[in-house]
Design a protein around this ligand. Structure first.
Ligand code: ADP
Length: 474
């Protein structure tokens, strides 16, 4: 399996969580699964005990030979190897957005993500060849890995990967990886192949399209999103080609890492608790209120929100009128400056009600899940969404917009659902939750139903395995 992020080694969002937890479930089911990840400069090499496993590998870019080396660690707590591709392309703190690299003794800004991840794909294939691991299946995730179906057909690769099938998982259609045709030369791709020809008709190469049309099977991360992406509204311009793959397109709901996301064992939270000791949860709220500088009051509902601050997440629905609700809000995330600024402004104007935490902070995220009574996910679209599932595991009641995976995981028995993408609809839904919080008995019953839901990978991992088997006729 190739991925640009793998939690906890390198994480930005849900993609990392999936790539860090689905493999464990597949391993349990008997798959000999191994992962490939770029060796980012931000990876904690002491914590993850990396070892060099293969000498130099050679990757041609723009026809010129480049070297990379292959290192290995294990997915923490498992025997699942993670191969790390080391090259100057990844020698930076960031996972995305390119980075400054050293050239002629100066840092320059010339490493773009399309090139970095093309290199990652090419190098990953070289790495497994060098190691001598011939996979039956290569499982790909999002555009960063989407050229592989084409790359394994190249003259250098086609013999080794003769019997290898590919499966491509769409985590988010909003990011497609679109670039100029010169990427073909960069990645040694055959501009004459039928798939490349079709893709380049409009003058660019779309990595996502390569994955969708090139892979033997295509999946996405929830049944509802699988249907939505075949419509013009959510298809992001690719609905037609997705429909073409309709027979090989599967919607499989993501699971969460139920060992990590467990309020009884979570080492990052103040007070552990479970279904049986749910009364203890309130200590986490008081701790969170104190930490954030909000008035400490066990009766006032705490509303949590954790996300990448991007257009998709519906942050623009939140405004000053929400101060009319009798609750406190905490927002955790980073991203577009306009969203960061608008939430910071709210926190400044209403310091006893809003807290804006503009950062990536894994500990604070857990403290928010544990300390919140209500958790909001007002997304425009949401392929799956993990935060609503995590929130439910921690007894925080979700308020979600009915779209994608949110529609598949939250109904009125465990949360509050609204349909229209408007501030008013979100406001009304939060108000219902805040009012509902006063009825202790009903509220507790709702929390319990949410906590009892099974969000483990078990059944979804079996579905992936079934597809692997189907592809390999096993
Ligand atoms: P997406 O994949 O669109 O980022 P998901 O809901 O699928 O959204 O997954 C988000 C994951 O990233 C969750 O585990 C969430 O807790 C985590 N996360 C997002 N932003 C932050 C942040 N600022 N600090 C810590 N964790 C974060």
């Amino acid at each position: 399996m190739l991925a640009a992020e793998i939690t906890p080694i390198a994480k930005v969002g849900g993609l990392g969580d999936v790539a860090g937890s689905l493999p464990q479930a597949l391993y349990q089911l008997g798959a000999d699964i191994r992962l490939c990840l770029p060796f980012y400069g931000s990876i904690d090499t002491k914590k993850y005990k990396v070892k060099k496993v293969a000498g130099e590998i050679t990757i041609a870019i723009n026809g010129k030979k480049n070297q990379a080396s292959v290192w290995q660690t294990f997915l923490p707590g498992t025997r699942i190897p993670v191969y790390l591709i080391k090259n100057i392309f990844f020698d930076c703190q960031e996972i995305y957005r390119g980075c400054k690299i050293m050239k002629n003794n100066r840092y320059v800004d010339d490493a773009n993500d399309l090139e970095r991840f093309s290199f990652f794909m090419q190098a990953s294939l070289e790495a497994v060849k060098k190691i001598g691991f011939k996979p039956d299946i290569i499982h790909l995730n999002d555009w960063h890995t989407a050229l592989v179906p084409q790359l394994i057909k190249s003259p250098e690769n086609k013999i080794f990967f003769k019997n290898t099938k590919t499966i491509y998982t769409i985590h988010n259609l909003a990011n497609q990886g679109i670039t100029k045709e010169n990427i073909l030369k960069f990645a040694n791709l055959d501009s004459g192949s039928p798939l490349i020809k079709t893709d380049s008709e409009n003058g660019d190469i779309n990595f996502m399209v390569q994955g969708i049309l090139g892979a033997d099977a295509v999946t996405t991360v929830s049944p509802t999103y699988a249907k939505e992406i075949m419509t013009a509204q959510t298809g992001a311009g690719l609905e037609k080609i997705l429909k073409m793959r309709g027979n090989d397109l599967y919607g499989i709901l993501n699971g969460v890492d139920t060992v990590f996301f467990n309020p009884l064992k979570d080492k990052l939270i103040k007070q552990n608790y479970s279904l049986k000791t749910l009364d203890k949860k309130v200590a986490n709220k008081l701790f969170l209120q104190k930490k954030l500088g909000l008035p400490e009051n066990k009766d006032i509902p705490m509303v949590g929100f954790i996300a990448r601050f991007v257009w998709q997440k519906g942050i623009d629905l939140i405004n000053g009128t929400f101060s009319g609700l009798k609750c406190q809000f905490v927002f955790l995330g980073t991203g577009d400056k306009k969203y960061e600024d608008s939430l910071k402004a709210l926190a400044k104007k209403y310091p006893s009600q809003f807290s804006a935490q503009i950062k990536f902070d894994a500990r604070l995220a857990q403290e928010i899940y544990a300390g919140s009574d209500i958790f909001i996910i007002p997304s425009r679209f949401e392929p799956c969404g993990l935060t609503q599932m995590i929130a439910m595991r921690y007894g925080a009641v979700p308020v979600v917009r009915s779209t994608g995976g949110l529609a598949d995981t939250v109904d009125e028995s465990v949360g509050f659902v609204f349909k229209k993408f408007t501030s008013r609809a979100l406001y009304v839904a939060i108000k219902k939750a805040v009012d509902g919080h006063r009825n202790k008995k009903k509220w507790r019953a709702m929390q319990v139903r949410g906590m009892k839901k099974n969000f483990s990978w078990e059944s979804s991992a079996k579905k992936y395995l079934d597809i692997y088997k189907k592809l390999t006729n096993n």
